[in-house]
Design a protein around this ligand. Structure first.
Ligand code: ADP
Ligand code: MG
Length: 343
């Protein structure tokens, strides 16, 4: 829609007093219309300037309070806010041509509850149970095949056919494991710990793969790392999923930067790669199951990651630019905050 302001601006030198007043009145009306529109919207709209300061916030956004969002890039995040009540929000940011960032925030608590209910209800649940049962049953003979192949491999060292079979069996095993995990996410076993420990273990486990692809990992600890309630095993999985995606996106090698920090509320970890990045439409569907751009991808890694982070009461967001790279940010509430919130 072409704004009246643009029309007036074009002819402003030729307008006399009366015309100017008339245009001014119409412009004010138009502005009032937009203000009403913004006011009645259920969705939050926030405009940031280039320095990251808020220059406009509609009422819905006002009610949501301060939310840390990635500025200056396109991003999509799902956040869990715990105050004043627990809600799940979806936030999208878009950089504006004239500088600054436009953020659009939507409450998706009900939507999420509905999907969970649907997943947990009647027919869907029995289909999921059946699928999980079948997947589980496939696991047993698969294990046996894998063991037998190992024995064969020992007898026929260097046999390429056996090696190829083993590789495919390992792949199948991975697919089934992830499938089961996606269907039945375990409750996290929370204990006080830090975001750094599972990261170290994950990096150690990936060392060979990283070297193979000429990728190094640089870890920065900006602040003392505050304790969080964390399931170390599940977080190792989170790091594994994110670092694996990062290295798969970095076809020419390079460095993955990981920054650990904290603010008053959260312990924060940021994982940045300089890989192929994503465009806005990819970002819009990130975290949805079975969305993959990889020939052998499952499209389940990020969904599992999101679930784990959420079950920890945390949030995860991504920002990305095609051709430049991607950053994932995870926030977990600091333990001291949690206790304070419970009181
Ligand atoms: P998969 O890795 O099996 O494809 P994921 O859920 O881990 O499944 O990721 C889904 C999709 O998101 C990927 O196929 C890829 O297109 C995109 N993606 C995830 N992480 C990155 C990243 N670091 N850089 C670029 N694209 C990514
Ligand atoms: Mg993946």
């Amino acid at each position: 829609m072409k704004s009246i302001f643009q029309g007036v601006l074009k002819h402003i030198d030729r307008l006399d007093g009366a015309k100017l007043r008339e245009q001014y009145r119409r412009a004010t009306e138009e502005l009032a219309f937009f203000e009403t529109l913004m006011k009645t919207m259920k969705e939050g709209v926030v405009v940031y300037d280039g320095k990251g300061d808020v220059v406009y916030r509609n009422e819905a956004a006002e009610a949501l309070g301060d939310i840390a969002l990635p500025l200056g890039t396109a991003s999509r995040s799902e956040l869990r806010v715990t105050y004043p009540e627990e809600r799940i929000l979806e936030a999208r940011t878009v950089p504006m041509e004239r500088g600054g960032t436009l953020a659009y925030i939507r409450d998706i608590t009900a939507e999420k509850a509905r999907t969970r209910e649907e997943l947990e209800s009647g027919a869907t649940k029995s289909v999921c149970d059946l699928a999980a049962g079948v997947a589980h049953e496939i696991g047993n003979p698969l294990n046996a095949i894998s063991l037998n192949l190992q024995l064969l491999e020992r007898e026929h060292e260097g046999d390429e056919l056996i090696a190829a079979c083993r590789q495919q069996v390992a792949r199948l095993d991975g697919i089934i494991r992830r499938f089961l995990q996606a269907l039945r996410p375990a409750r996290p076993n929370l204990a006080p710990g830090s975001l750094a420990e599972p990261l170290e273990r994950c990096v150690a486990a990936l060392r060979a793969q990283l070297e193979d692809r000429h990728i190094s990992i640089a870890v920065d600890k900006l602040t003392a790392i505050p304790p969080v309630a964390i399931d170390q095993n599940q977080f190792e999985q989170v790091y594994f999923n994110l670092i694996k995606n990062a290295l798969e996106a970095m076809k020419d090698g390079g460095t993955i930067h990981i920054v650990l920090s904290s603010d008053d509320n959260d312990a924060i970890v940021e994982i940045s790669d300089c890989g192929e990045g994503m465009d806005e439409s990819q970002l819009a569907h990130l975290f949805e199951p079975y969305r993959t751009t990889k020939e052998n991808g499952t499209g389940l890694g990020l969904m599992v990651t999101l679930r784990i982070v959420r079950n920890h009461g945390g949030s995860i967001s991504a920002r990305s630019k095609r051709g430049e790279g991607t950053t994932f940010t995870i926030r977990l509430p600091r333990i001291e905050r949690r206790i304070r919130a419970l009181k």
